[in-house]
Design a protein around this ligand. Structure first.
Ligand code: ZN
Length: 403
């Protein structure tokens, strides 16, 4: 039996040149690099997803029994599916960290990638450990890459540097796997460890809630109106389940711009099909990227216009807020001179898949009053990443939660 939907979402962290894309390629056979920086309208971050099914050969023993191929490379026997997983990726150092924070409630595990041909920790590696500590994600596998470039002695020394680096952190007991991803060395060990990761608990009765990460119009230009297919949205379900035939609500919905002022009205539509990238399914749960075909006007979904919005059942979604009080937690970043917020300072706030222009209306110590440029459903307890403009660049400086 093939596994039709991903069962676990795994984030990646690691210094920019440490071989993240190659690791993802060796684990899934997918290059995520094609989703490179595409910060569009509203500074939307395009999340990359790479899915694969881990299989196990029943005849071979140990880690070498694990593969993503349907046939065992060693003995030629059939390899049976064990786990379908999704790797989530975001481009750039700042957006990667902001995505890890704002998507923490959909990330179940982390691959932490550290290259052996540079001393550990590099600046970005240090900041990523800070993020891991902050999120409290326990499923972490440390992948030591480029071991061949370092040589045996240097790689061992580097392994000990990692050990020292994680000492006293939330992941001090994490497994460190030396690999050469482009030659597939020890990738089977990583696959075995992923297959053993603790899977997220699923509550079938929870009110469904999904972050929209894609939206598109599947019709070719010039299609007859009678043959038009409805708009499609793609994203990740945070909780609950969505079924074909459900009436779903998308918030904040359609922007009805009048002069300078925007008002939004919710979209109500029917689910006519659900796709996991490989299979049509009747019911979707949390895990991986889900495509939902709807009955809505395809003009509403074209060119990622609904990215950042959320989907659920009408009346059973978090309350929409435009102004709220929150508690700000500042991150420790050595290369940023942290200062207090100025009155009405514009910031970029990441929540779920949305990045919203917002303002710090006022602040007193770590209590801040926030105004969003438009209303959004905001959940209690969920971390929203704060990016401030520092020397003409957007930098992640901390996060807020509703107070
Ligand atoms: Zn085999």
């Amino acid at each position: 039996m093939e596994i039709k939907q991903s069962q676990i979402n795994i984030g990646t962290l690691g210094h920019i040149d440490h071989g993240k894309t190659t690791v993802v390629k060796s684990l899934t056979n997918i290059w995520t690099d094609r989703h490179s920086e595409s910060i569009k309208r509203n500074m939307t971050i395009k999340l990359g997803y790479a899915d694969a099914i881990i299989r196990k050969c029943e005849k071979c023993k140990g880690a070498s029994a694990y593969t993503i191929d349907k046939v065992c490379r060693q003995c030629g026997s059939e390899a049976k599916p064990v786990l379908r997983f999704s790797i989530l990726d975001a481009p750039g150092h700042e957006t990667l960290m902001a995505t890890a924070i704002s998507g923490a409630n959909i990330i179940n595990g982390i691959l932490f990638i550290i290259a052996a041909n540079e001393p550990c920790p590099m600046q970005q590696t240090r900041e990523h450990l800070m993020i891991i500590n902050l999120l409290g994600i326990k499923n972490v596998i440390i992948i030591q890459t480029k071991v061949d470039l370092a040589g045996k002695e240097k790689a061992l020394e580097h392994y000990n540097q990692i050990k020292n680096f994680i000492k006293g952190s939330a992941i001090e007991n994490a497994r460190i796997i030396p690999t050469v991803p482009n030659r597939n060395i020890n990738i089977d060990v990583v696959l075995e460890l992923i297959s053993e990761m603790e899977r997220p608990k699923f509550d079938p009765d929870a009110d469904p809630f999904m972050y929209i990460a894609r939206s598109f119009d599947v019709n070719k230009p010039g299609t007859q109106i009678s043959k038009l297919k409805g708009g499609v949205v793609g994203g990740t379900i945070v909780r609950g389940r969505i079924r074909v035939g459900d009436t779903v609500c998308i918030l904040p919905g359609i922007n009805k711009k009048k002069g300078k002022h925007s008002t939004y009205s919710e979209i109500l539509t029917k689910v006519v099909g659900i796709n996991t990238g490989t299979d049509e399914i009747e019911e979707a749960k949390p895990g991986g990227l889900i495509g939902i075909a709807t009955g809505m006007d395809p003009g509403l979904t074209k060119a990622d216009s609904l990215v950042g919005m959320v989907l659920g059942h009408k009346g059973k979604m978090p309350k929409q807020l435009e102004e709220f009080s929150a508690i700000y937690t500042q991150l420790e970043r050595k290369d940023i001179q942290m200062t207090g917020f100025s009155k009405n300072e514009p910031i970029a706030l990441s929540l779920g898949t949305a990045t919203i222009v917002s303002y710090v209306v006022s602040s007193k110590r770590n209590n801040v009053n926030i105004r969003l440029s438009h209303p959004m459903p905001v959940e209690k307890g969920v971390k929203m990443a704060v990016m401030r403009r520092i020397n003409q660049r957007l930098r992640l400086t901390g996060y807020i939660v509703l107070s």
